[in-house]
Design a protein around this ligand. Structure first.
Ligand code: CA
Length: 662
C-alpha cells in the first residue's frame, strides 16, 4: 500500500465515520442539492419525495390520512444521496393524504420535530403538515388561457399596494367574500352610496398593478378560527410556497387556498391588472420551528462567529442568501410563483439583507420568462446584516442591480417629513430646503445635471441607472397614512388636508420613477394615527368605502392624474438619457418645484409639458418656456376646467399643482 492509497483510505474512513455520526461537515461546507428543491413529484402511480438535509443521520417520511390524524398510515426511511438529499418513493395514489419529514440529527442544538419541509406546495390548516395534491386539479376553469395583461415595460406601471383584509373586510365594500382572495373576483360591488368598490374600483382608478401584501402562508393568524377577527400584515413567513389559509374560504381544504388565489389572479388579469406579491425571504417567523432549521439546522441563517443569530430583520433572525442553497431557494421559489400562480413580479421585503447576486439571479430568471415582470424591494435592512455591505442589495448600491428597483425614501421624506419622526413635516409644510430631494425623485434618482446632489437629503450620489429603478411614493403600509401624517405634522387649516394630499400625489404621479400608491389614500382613509398597524384590529386597518362618496373630488383627482400619466408617454420616458434630454427644471422660489418635459418627450402629442408644485401658503409665479399653454391640472382639479391660455408666466394657487401643455 503506497502513501497515496493510505491517505485515500484514511479520508474514506473519516468520511464514512463522519456520515455515520451525522458529521458530514460544517453547514457552510455542505454539498448542494443537484436537482430542484421541490420536495414532491406526484403522479397517480406514485409520490416521489426528496428532501435536502446533508447533516442528518436519518430522515423519516410520515404519511397521514388526514391533517389531524394522530398516527401515520406509514413511516418510510428515506435514502441518503450523494448531494445531501434524501429520497423515497411511495407507490400507489397518495392524493388527499398529508406528509411530514422527521430529520434525525442528534448533534443539532435545536429540538427537531416533524416538518412539512421547505418546499411544501400544499398544506393543511395552519401549515404544519404538507398535503399531497394534484396541482392541475387546483387550476380554475380557463386557467390555461390566463394571460398577463400587456405592458410595454416598467415605465408604464402604476402600482396599488393593498392588504386583502383592509380592502374588503368593511361591510361598505359590499362583497360576498370579505377579506378573502375571492373578493377581488367580484364585479359589480358597490358602496352603500352606489359607488364602485373592489375590483371595479381598481379598474375605475386606472392602476396597472396591484401589489398584495404577503399572501404566502404566514404564522400569526390562526386559520382554525376564521370566525374570530384576526389581523396581521403577514411579515411572518411559515410556508413560502403555499398561499395563506386565512384568505381562503376554507383553510382546512389544501386545494381551496391554491385555487382561490389563482382565481383572484385570473380575475385581475382578465380586468387588465397585473399582480405583484410582497415576499419576505429575509427572515422567518421563528427559528427553531422553521422548516429551514428543521431540515438543515444552522445552514439557512446568518450566524455570528460564536453562533448567535444575525438580526438584520429586527425580527430575531436573517437568512443567508449568499449560501448556495438559500440563494437557489429564493430563485426557485420566485420562479414557482410565476409559473404556478402566474404572478407578474415581486416586492422584496428588506431587500438590503439579501446579497446582490441573488437579486441579479432573480432578475435573470424573470427576464428568461418575461422581461416586463417587475422586481423591486426595500433597499435597506432593519439592522446591520452579517454580510459585507458592498455585497448587499442596498439602495445606495442599486447601480449594480440593473432591472431591480428600490423605494425612494429621498423624495418620500422630502415631501412628508422624515421616517424617524411622525410629527415633523417638510415640503408640504412649505419648509424650504427639500426641493432638491424632490427633483432627485422626480428624475427617478438618475444622474441629472440639474439636480444638486449636495442638497439631497439621504443620497450623496445617484443610485439608479434607469429611472424605473426608483419606486416613488409618499405612503405605504408602513408608517402613517398620508392623511394621518399631515394631521400629525402640520397645523392644518380648513381645506389644507385635501390640497396637500393632492399636491403630494401629483409629485408621485408625474415622476419618472414607478408611481406607487397605498390603498385607500384615494378615498382619504386614515388609520386613526397608528404608525405600525401590522396587527391592529380591523377598526384601524379597514377601508370604509363610504369615504369614497365623501371624498369623491379627491378620488377623481387621483383618477385624473393616473389617466394623464397613462395617456402621455412624456411622464414615462423609462430611459435615463431621454430624461436628461427632455426633462429640465425651471427657476422657482423656495417651496416650489417646477419642471418642463420638452420637445414631444417620448413621442408625446404635446410639445412642452410644464409641472409646477407649489407648497407655499400663497400663490407662486413661474416663468414659462416659450409657447401658449393650456391647463390640464389646476386648482386641485384634474382634468381642469380652467380654459385660460398661459403665456410667458403662470401663477399657481397656494398649495396646489399646475400642469400645462402647449
Ligand atoms: Ca397561515
Amino acid at each position: 500500500m503506497n502513501r497515496k492509497w493510505c491517505i485515500f483510505m484514511a479520508l474514506t474512513l473519516v468520511s464514512c465515520a463522519g456520515q455515520k455520526m451525522g458529521l458530514v461537515s460544517s453547514p457552510a461546507d455542505y454539498p448542494a442539492k443537484q436537482s430542484s428543491l421541490r420536495e414532491l413529484v406526484y403522479t397517480p402511480e406514485s409520490s416521489q419525495f426528496s428532501l435536502w438535509s446533508p447533516g442528518a443521520k436519518s430522515v423519516t417520511l410520515r404519511i397521514y390520512a388526514t391533517n389531524e390524524a394522530a398516527d401515520p398510515l406509514r413511516q418510510v426511511q428515506m435514502r441518503r444521496q450523494q448531494d445531501g438529499s434524501w429520497t423515497a418513493t411511495v407507490k400507489g395514489d397518495q392524493k388527499g393524504r398529508f406528509y411530514t419529514f422527521q430529520v434525525n440529527q442528534p448533534l443539532s442544538r435545536w429540538k427537531l420535530h416533524e416538518t412539512p419541509g421547505i418546499f411544501a406546495t400544499a398544506v393543511g390548516v395552519n401549515g404544519r403538515r404538507a398535503a399531497i395534491v394534484d396541482m392541475r386539479e387546483t387550476d380554475p376553469e380557463g386557467w390555461q388561457n390566463d394571460r398577463r395583461p400587456a405592458l410595454r415595460g416598467p415605465q408604464d406601471a402604476v402600482v396599488y399596494e393593498m392588504h386583502h383584509r383592509d380592502f374588503s373586510i368593511h361591510p361598505s365594500a359590499g362583497v360576498k367574500h370579505p377579506g378573502k382572495f375571492l373578493a377581488l373576483t367580484e364585479h359589480g360591488t358597490r358602496s352603500p352610496e352606489g359607488l364602485k368598490t373592489g375590483i371595479d374600483h381598481l379598474l375605475e382608478m386606472g392602476v396597472t398593478h396591484v401589489q398584495i401584501l404577503p399572501s404566502y402562508d404566514y404564522a400569526s393568524v390562526d386559520e382554525l378560527h376564521p370566525e374570530r377577527p384576526q389581523y396581521n400584515w403577514g411579515y411572518d413567513p411559515q410556508n413560502y410556497n403555499v398561499p395563506e389559509g386565512s384568505y381562503a374560504t376554507d383553510a382546512a381544504d389544501p386545494m381551496c387556498r391554491i385555487r382561490e388565489m389563482k382565481q383572484m389572479i385570473q380575475a385581475l388579469h382578465a380586468a387588465g391588472i397585473r399582480v405583484i406579491m410582497d415576499v419576505v425571504y429575509n427572515h422567518t417567523f421563528d427559528v427553531e420551528n422553521s422548516a429551514f432549521t428543521q431540515t438543515c439546522p444552522d445552514y439557512f441563517y446568518r450566524l455570528t462567529k460564536d453562533g448567535h443569530l444575525g438580526n438584520a430583520s429586527g425580527c430575531g433572525n436573517e437568512t443567508a442568501s449568499e449560501r448556495e442553497m438559500m440563494h437557489r431557494y429564493i430563485v426557485e421559489s420566485a420562479r414557482y410563483w410565476i409559473e404556478e400562480y402566474h404572478l407578474d413580479g415581486f416586492r422584496f421585503d428588506l431587500m438590503g439583507i439579501h446579497d446582490q447576486q441573488t437579486m441579479l439571479d432573480v432578475r435573470r430568471m424573470l427576464d428568461s420568462i418575461d422581461p416586463s415582470l417587475l422586481l423591486y424591494g426595500e433597499g435597506w435592512a432593519a439592522g446591520g446584516p452579517l454580510l459585507d455591505y458592498n455585497q448587499l442589495a442596498m439602495k445606495a448600491l442599486m447601480t449594480n442591480l440593473p432591472g431591480v428597483g428600490a423605494f425612494c425614501d429621498d423624495m418620500r421624506d422630502a415631501i412628508r417629513g422624515p421616517f424617524s419622526d411622525d410629527h415633523q413635516a417638510a415640503f408640504l409644510d412649505a419648509q424650504p430646503g427639500h426641493e432638491e430631494s424632490i427633483k432627485f425623485g422626480l428624475v427617478g434618482c438618475i444622474a441629472h445635471p440639474e439636480v444638486d446632489m449636495t442638497k439631497v437629503n439621504y443620497s450623496r450620489a445617484p443610485w439608479t441607472v434607469q429611472p424605473t429603478q426608483s419606486i416613488n411614493y409618499v405612503s405605504c403600509h408602513d408608517d402613517m397614512m398620508l392623511t394621518d401624517r399631515l394631521r400629525a405634522s402640520i397645523a392644518l387649516q380648513p381645506g389644507e388636508l385635501e390640497r396637500l394630499d393632492k399636491l403630494a400625489q401629483t409629485a408621485v404621479l408625474t415622476s419618472q420613477g414607478i408611481p406607487f400608491l397605498w390603498a385607500g389614500e384615494e378615498v382619504m382613509r386614515d388609520k386613526k394615527g397608528v404608525h405600525n398597524s401590522y396587527n391592529s384590529p380591523d377598526s384601524i386597518n379597514q377601508i370604509d368605502w363610504s369615504l369614497k362618496s365623501q371624498n369623491l373630488d379627491l378620488f377623481r383627482y387621483y383618477q385624473g392624474l393616473i389617466a394623464l400619466r397613462r395617456a402621455h408617454p412624456a411622464f414615462r420616458l423609462g430611459d435615463a438619457d431621454l430624461v436628461r434630454r427632455h426633462m429640465h427644471f425651471l427657476p422657482a422660489q423656495d417651496g416650489v418645484v417646477a419642471f418642463v418635459l420638452r420637445d414631444h418627450a417620448g413621442g408625446d402629442a404635446w410639445n412642452n409639458i410644464v409641472v409646477i408644485l407649489n407648497s407655499r401658503r400663497e400663490q407662486a409665479t413661474v416663468e414659462l418656456p416659450q409657447g401658449n399653454y393650456q391647463a390640464v391640472c389646476a386648482d386641485g382639479q384634474c382634468p381642469s376646467t380652467d380654459s385660460r391660455t398661459y403665456t410667458g408666466k403662470a401663477t399657481v394657487s397656494a398649495q396646489t399643482a399646475l400642469i400645462l401643455h402647449d
